[in-house]
Design a binder for this molecule. Structure first.
Ligand SMILES: Cc1cc2nc3c(=O)[nH]c(=O)nc-3n(C[C@H](O)[C@H](O)[C@H](O)COP(=O)(O)OP(=O)(O)OC[C@H]3O[C@@H](n4cnc5c(N)ncnc54)[C@H](O)[C@@H]3O)c2cc1C
Length: 457
């Protein structure tokens, strides 16, 4: 650990200490419930019933979720509205990128390439990072309750990403859901699942590896096909007698379908089996069996991706929309142009959690690139409002590169652009670049370099 790192950690702890000490001196501690025990906790131990950051003289933006959207929003707010206090709340101690993680699974990039030290970044950018679990969002009181105490806000930005809807497969059977998550993780959310999956792929001795693809809308639709190609490339290089069976909910590969299918057929003919219309009907993680509308499959290992929904925080904030049948539709109900919750202009939602935005294409692609653009746009909206001006709407774009071959390294890509038509509807244009090329790999790493720079400086 470097001297600078140690210094940054010391400063953070000092700041945390003074906040907690202030809370201990104030009335908040009086609210400690009996269940917390009779022994008083030392001031540095946070409690959700304490007030960690009360409303002060400086207006405050609280950002929930320090993934692709959250860290970008924090950085841009500091630049565009330096008079505001910016607080980023995140459960993970270290930033871990899902984009580029398929390449990490097969050792094309290392762990350092995917990770960032939140403390160093937040100190350099001038915002406050608090590593904590967010427990509740009380919009009526404009406060976020965390495991370390409550934080009051003037503006709230939710960038919670996604959650897996295991209930769609297992209803209330928590045992089966937990077994699935622990043994056959999807590795689609930044956490330890990625490490579990990497180990499983590298330890794989042969046989059938099954991947279930969730129904749309899903996080990064092309990335499961990239993952299938890269795992197949690894098995091919190791000369394993193995198959990668892709069970797709959709009727065909999309986006960049011709590019992925050419890779499946030309590079991994004996390894990748693509099965369309494979709606999952029953998953048995204990006996390693899965039944779909396209047949039944036994597996030696699996990447079981349950359907995706907006992350828990969107549900806790009460911003999830309703389906035509009246139940929750699973995604945040936002103003399509201004990205604030439909019933609350001080609460913005960005990134993957954003729900329906257009009758033409329904949802923005759930991509880190889009989360980054949403964050920049919302930071601008807040800065404009603070300057007493009405914000002018802005739209994101999206660019996505997918590696399909490792020897030689080749990639394909897809690009999206957005505009508003005469009726005020957001329209999407899409370009698929299906021909795999080594140059596209270079473009991918350049994209990553630029966008990481945009997020972290
Ligand atoms: C394998 C893979 C490959 C991908 N490739 C690409 C790509 O090439 N290009 C691209 O643009 N996108 C890609 N993506 C998609 C990209 O990862 C997501 O679109 C992006 O991360 C969305 O950003 P977000 O801020 O909405 O969510 P996230 O980045 O997931 O951030 C959400 C954050 O909220 C935190 N959080 C959630 N709940 C709580 C809580 N209760 N308390 C505290 N913290 C909480 C989480 O820990 C997380 O850090 C890929 C995804 C995967 C899985």
């Amino acid at each position: 650990m470097t001297e600078q790192h140690n210094a940054s950690r010391r400063r953070f702890l000092a700041a945390g200490g003074s906040i907690a000490a202030a809370a201990a001196a104030g009335p908040a501690l009086a609210q400690t419930p009996a269940s917390a025990g009779t022994r008083p906790l030392p001031p540095l131990v946070g409690r959700s019933t304490d007030t960690l950051l009360a409303r002060g003289n400086v207006r405050r933006v609280v950002i929930c979720g320090g993934g692709w959207g959250g860290v970008t929003a924090a950085r841009y707010l500091r630049q565009l509205a330096p008079q505001l206090e910016v607080v980023l709340l995140e459960r993970n101690p270290v930033f871990f990128s899902c984009p580029m993680s398929n390449k990490w699974l097969v050792d094309i990039v290392d762990t350092q390439y995917l990770t960032k030290d939140y403390l160093a970044v937040s100190e350099a950018q001038g915002y406050r990072f608090i590593q904590t679990e967010i427990l509740e969002i009380e919009r009526d009181r404009k406060r976020v309750v965390t495991a370390a105490g409550a934080v009051d806000y003037d503006y709230l930005i939710l960038s919670p990403g996604i959650r897996y809807n295991y209930e769609a497969w297992f209803a209330n059977d928590r045992r089966a859901a937990e077994a699935t998550r622990a043994r056959f993780p999807a590795a689609y959310i930044p956490n330890a699942e990625h490490f579990r999956l990497k180990q499983a792929i590298h330890d794989f001795k042969g046989g059938d590896l099954v991947m279930t693809l969730p129904p749309p809308p899903q996080r990064c639709p092309p990335s499961p096909y990239e993952r299938a190609c890269l795992i197949a490339a690894l098995f091919k290089a190791k000369k394993l007698k193995a198959r990668v069976i892709v069970l797709d909910h959709k009727d065909d590969v999309r986006p960049i379908g011709p590019g992925f299918k050419a890779a499946f057929q030309e590079l991994y003919k004996d390894i990748v089996t693509y099965v369309p219309n494979a709606h999952v009907q029953e998953v048995d993680p204990f006996n390693k069996r899965i039944r779909t509308a396209a047949g039944e499959f036994n597996f030696d290992h699996a990447i079981l991706m349950a359907p995706h929904q907006a992350g828990d925080l969107a549900w806790k904030a009460g911003v999830v929309g309703k389906s035509a049948l009246g139940g929750p539709d699973g995604w945040a109900n936002v103003d399509p142009l201004f990205l604030h919750a439909h019933d609350d202009k001080d609460v913005y939602v960005i990134g993957d959690a954003v729900g329906f935005v257009s009758p033409q294409f329904a949802f923005y692609p759930k991509a880190g690139h889009v989360a980054n653009r949403h964050a920049r746009i919302v930071a601008k909206y807040i800065a404009e409002r603070e300057a007493g001006r009405d914000p002018v709407h802005d739209l994101p774009n999206n660019l996505c590169y997918m590696m399909v071959s490792t020897d030689p390294q080749e990639a394909i890509s897809v690009q999206f652009d957005y505009s508003i038509n005469a009726q005020g509807v957001i329209e999407q244009k899409q370009w698929d670049f299906n021909q795999r090329k080594p140059e596209t790999v270079g473009d991918d790493f350049e994209w990553a370099r630029i966008i990481y720079g945009d997020m972290f400086g």
